[in-house]
Design a protein around this ligand. Structure first.
Ligand SMILES: CC(C)(COP(=O)(O)OP(=O)(O)OC[C@H]1O[C@@H](n2cnc3c(N)ncnc32)[C@H](O)[C@@H]1OP(=O)(O)O)[C@@H](O)C(=O)NCCC(=O)NCCS
Length: 178
């Protein structure tokens, strides 16, 4: 397992961080996008996407459409998580992305998602986190299982504005109060 002291999550804090996230999607090849359920034709144009993100960034938490955390490995930005469909005090959908392929499958994603989930539970006072990866995308499915998310159902849907119709696994994680 990765040394947790090496990894950190914190909210996006600059336009540059939104650019890194947007470019991760816009510069990805079709095969990679398809493998995580994303339809390239649904990706917004770069400037419009960034403008909309920055408008949302300035809103108070209970009005946010989406909230982003950058993933830091020994201080270097290597990925992000976000939540959307946020119902403050209740629930939100979580997303997970390690930008650098060479860092995948080494246990990092699991630890970053663990930290991200704890952050969201706390800041948005959530009772549960939901996630709907494409059923055949093994990495996120396995990460969620390892972190104790419960598989509730498998069904066909369009799981987001940039997604195509697909079979997803719907997972939920309840907030454990100490
Ligand atoms: C999803 C993601 C964040 C997971 O991070 P990661 O660092 O690769 O995952 P981990 O190394 O913590 O692996 C967790 C488990 O998943 C398994 N796993 C990871 N990648 C896998 C793959 N491609 N195929 C099968 N299993 C995989 C690991 O073996 C591990 O299980 P184990 O402990 O039983 O062996 C990362 O793979 C990623 O960013 N992928 C591309 C983007 C993506 O698909 N995001 C999800 C969109 S819904």
């Amino acid at each position: 397992m990765q040394e947790t002291a090496d990894i950190e999550v914190r909210p996006f804090s600059s336009r540059e961080e939104y650019e890194l996230m947007v470019d991760y999607f816009l510069k990805a090849d079709d095969w990679f996008l398809r493998g995580m359920g994303v339809d390239r034709l649904k990706l917004p144009l770069r400037e419009k996407w960034l403008d909309d993100l920055l408008v949302d960034y300035r809103k108070p938490d209970h009005q946010r459409d989406r909230f982003y955390l950058v993933w830091l490995l020994r201080g270097e930005r290597v990925g992000h998580s976000s939540i959307n469909n946020i119902i403050f005090g209740a629930e939100a959908f979580i997303h997970l992305h390690l930008w650098k392929p060479e860092l995948r499958r080494a246990g990092l994603g699991t630890e970053f998602v663990r930290k991200s989930a704890n952050f969201y539970f706390d800041r948005f006072q959530l009772k549960k986190l939901l996630c709907e990866p494409w059923a055949e995308n093994h990495a996120p499915n396995r990460v969620l299982e390892k972190l104790g998310f419960t598989l509730v159902k498998r069904y066909k849907t369009i799981p987001g504005v940039i997604a195509y119709e697909q079979e997803v696994n719907h997972y939920e994680l309840l907030h454990q109060t100490k």
